[in-house]
Design a protein around this ligand. Sequence first.
Ligand SMILES: [Zn+2]
Length: 112
Amino acid sequence: MSVTVQDVLERAAQILEHSGWCQQYSHRSSGESCLYGAILDAAPGSAMDAVYEVRERIGVMNTVGLFDWNDAPGRTLSEVLAVLRIPGHCECEMDGDQRRYCASCKAREEAE
Ligand SMILES: [Zn+2]
């Protein structure tokens, strides 16, 4: 069974809504997770493609940038959920560790 990157991000949004969101830690013992931790929990195989997609959406170069974005003072859960739920941006499918690129990501890869 394959899922799309957007499926993984929607699942991450549901994890944050259900278990709570935090800063500074990827997971807390009380159940909350940060943006990155929720994506890891949501991905059936490798989370790299979903992490890469979110990095593109928030415009950071690396995963440390993603942590900094999550941990920024004043950051809110609704901003995090909004990034996860941008619709129609990416339809890549993830089949285990294999990513099948959607048309828009394929065009972006070829342009680089
Ligand atoms: Zn895509």
